[in-house]
Write a protein that binds this ligand. Structure first.
Ligand SMILES: [Zn+2]
Length: 276
């Protein structure tokens, strides 16, 4: 499932071709994405406009147009945002095609349809149901150590749940939470409000570090994730704990363990990440 580094890699791979010519055509499927079909009229109204910026907040891509409307995209579980030649065969499960005056097409493909594609007025994006509930993006200046430490102190949930909740910090999912907790040497079961300040500070740094590494490696691909050109990421080869149960910890050699926490797999090193 794409997390911040995968979405950031998609964002970067859209530039600069996304901006090169005006939108000339639109086709949207009638199938619901995350419970709602794409607003075909809103998408059709983008014809004639150009994309002028590709931004990201957490796992959301925000593609601003010259019509002061923004295409908001969340890749969900299996979403792919692709830049293809207009003549290229249309992949199964393609839900949106925006053709440009050049031969390019922007396509949204999503087999499981847990993603979202919405059109909003750029000026009021921050107030939308998707973005208004998000905490700071961890690769932005808004993600301060003090704010993060304060946020942790206010929740009694375990660290894993606190980090997955997009309100404390946005953009993390199962993979990068596991990696950040390993790097900070903290058990995923620790209660957030009991984590000492020095450990919370280490966790803040670890979150930034694992995400930056993920971006540098162009994302983690286990099954579906690709960038806008269809390329896989390489970060899966360097992960410390995620998906490595039974293999030796890269720091101490102890076997990595897996257990199910709130219905999802958690991977950790029982020696490096002892609960205190
Ligand atoms: Zn270890």
């Amino acid at each position: 499932m794409p997390e911040l580094p995968e979405v950031e890699t998609v964002r970067r791979s859209l530039e600069p071709r996304l901006f090169e010519s005006a939108i000339a055509s639109s086709h949207a499927s009638k199938l619901a994405l995350r419970g709602r079909p794409i607003d075909r009229r809103a998408v059709a109204a983008l014809v004639g406009a150009r994309f002028i910026a590709a931004r990201r907040i957490g796992k959301y891509l925000l593609l601003d147009t010259s019509a002061r409307r923004t295409l908001l995209v969340h890749l969900g579980m299996t979403g792919r945002l692709l830049l293809r030649d207009g003549d290229a065969a249309v992949e199964p499960h393609t839900h949106l095609r925006l053709g440009f005056e050049s031969s390019l097409e922007l396509r949204y493909v999503d087999a499981r349809r847990f993603g979202a594609v919405r059109v909003y007025a750029t000026d009021t994006l921050h107030a939308t149901e998707e973005l208004s509930i998000l905490g700071p993006d961890p690769l932005s200046a808004a993600f301060t150590a003090e704010g993060f430490i304060d946020g942790l102190s206010r929740t009694k949930r375990d660290l894993k749940a606190a980090l997955l909740d997009q309100a404390l910090v946005t953009g993390l999912g199962n993979i990068y939470v596991a990696e950040a907790l390993w790097l900070a040497r903290l058990s995923p079961r620790r209660r957030a409000h009991r984590v000492p300040r020095t450990d919370a500070l280490a966790l803040h740094g670890a979150i930034v570090s694992v995400l930056e590494k993920g971006v540098a490696n162009r994302g983690t691909t286990f099954s579906d994730y690709v960038d806008a050109d269809g390329n896989f990421g390489a970060n899966q080869h360097t992960l410390a704990v995620y998906g490595r149960d039974g293999q030796p910890c890269r720091a101490c050699g102890t076997r990595i363990r897996r257990f199910v926490q709130a219905g999802r797999s958690t991977f950790y090193c029982p020696l490096c990440q002892r609960g205190r």
